[in-house]
Design a protein around this ligand. Structure first.
Ligand code: NAD
Ligand code: UFG
Length: 335
């Protein structure tokens, strides 16, 4: 299949491109590098041993997207491109609504115009709001606490309505839990422009001495050790979940949780990191971060049953791979 990957230079997109190329798919990447670097493209080529088409475009630009579809002629789309920092979405809501909603609309329009009928979308566990875990795909969605989350809810709705109105249009809404880790080569990983918000990159930075200490946001939650529980999933398992979703696309809308179905607390992830790498992580307990839920983990039985996919890699390999990538970054002269 020839797959157009929006946001393919980003963290999850780049790992998925490697998996797609290695599985024999052709890839067209569209990215504007707003949160990634061009050198990622070279790493994808190096790991996969394959080449691909790249277009440096903004996927909210309808004309640029239509032109790319006309020239590259994809069979399907995986739409990763989006802004993803929850806190920033509260201070810049319009930027989030514009980028994340318009990109979905523009890509869906290009699909309909060019008779491309396969669409996979990067959604998020955030759409479940405060539902109790384990989170199931058939739960009614509860309000999210921020504009980022709303862009995922509305994008899901835009694509569901588009599939309903256009017979043959096939959509998979993939609700990711907490992707962490890196490709085992150490060549690809999570390297956002600016300061990271997520836990794992802050653990690796604290271990590397790039931060004085890991800031732990709250140790007074109703959980066994008082810190929040999340469903961490290795980014390569997540990438492979996209291949399974592509293989099982069918007309209409399908929704799948991509997680491991197991929760780990902040302390548990930090301890796994120390065990996997032999590094100590200095930390300090701070106030709760606004909007954080105490517990979020997936019921993954639907993806296992229908996609014949399940995550294989454990917390230790997530930590080891994240650290290998961080060490490679530190060796670079400009760091
Ligand atoms: P990322 O920021 O690393 O990657 C996104 C990529 O899209 C970047 O390369 C960026 O330059 C590009 N991009 C953004 N807007 C664009 C535009 N208008 N045109 C072209 N390119 C654009 O993020 P990620 O972690 O790889 O996340 C990918 C997707 O998965 C996002 O939609 C995100 O919301 C979703 N998601 C991520 C997580 C997570 O924890 N990482 C969790 C749930 C859902
Ligand atoms: N945390 C810290 N210190 C940090 C960073 C995070 O203690 O420096 C804690 C948070 O308070 C939270 C846990 O680690 O308890 C996980 O936080 P992340 O930011 O890594 O992940 P979230 O679950 O908050 O958010 C992620 C994605 C969002 C997505 C959400 C639900 O980043 O995009 O999962 O899918 F919306």
């Amino acid at each position: 299949m020839k797959v157009m990957v929006s946001g393919g230079a980003g963290y999850i997109g780049s790992h998925t491109c490697v998996a797609l190329l290695q599985a024999g798919h052709q890839v067209i990447i569209a990215d504007n590098f707003s949160n990634s670097q061009p050198e990622v493209l070279q790493a994808i080529r190096k790991i996969s041993g394959k080449d691909f088409i790249f277009a440096q475009i903004d996927v909210t630009d309808s004309k640029a997207v239509q032109t790319l579809f006309q020239t590259a002629k994809p069979d399907g789309v995986i739409h990763f491109a989006g802004l993803k920092a929850v806190g920033e979405s509260m201070s810049q809501p319009l930027a989030y609504y514009r980028n994340n909603l318009l990109s979905t609309i523009v890509l869906a329009e290009a699909c309909l115009a060019q008779d491309v009928r396969q669409f996979v979308f990067s959604s998020s566990a955030t759409v479940y709001g405060a539902n109790p875990s384990p989170l199931r795909e058939d739960m009614a969605l509860l309000p999210t606490t921020n504009p980022y989350g709303e862009t995922k809810v509305v994008s899901e709705r835009i694509l569901t309505d588009t599939a309903a109105a256009n017979p043959g249009f096939a959509v998979a809404l993939l609700r990711y839990f907490n992707p962490v880790g890196a490709h085992s080569s150490g060549l690809l990983g999570e390297n956002p422009n600016g300061l990271p918000n997520n836990l794992m990159p802050n653990i690796t930075r604290a271990a590397a001495g790039r931060l004085p200490a890991l800031r732990i946001f709250g140790s007074d939650y109703e959980t066994p050790d008082g810190t929040c529980i999340r469903d961490y999933i290795h980014v390569m398992d997540l990438a492979e979940g996209h291949l399974a979703a592509l293989d099982h696309l069918r007309a209409g809308t399908q929704i799948y949780n991509l997680g491991r179905g197991e929760g780990a607390s902040v302390f548990q992830l930090m301890n796994a990191f120390e065990e996997a790498t032999g590094n100590k992580v200095a930390y300090q307990i701070e106030a709760r971060r606004p909007g954080d839920l105490a517990v979020s983990y997936a019921d993954v039985s639907k993806a296992e049953r229908e996609l014949q996919w399940r995550a294989k890699r454990d917390l230790i390999s997530m930590c080891r791979d994240a650290w290998r990538y961080e060490e490679n970054l530190l060796r670079k002269p400009d760091r």
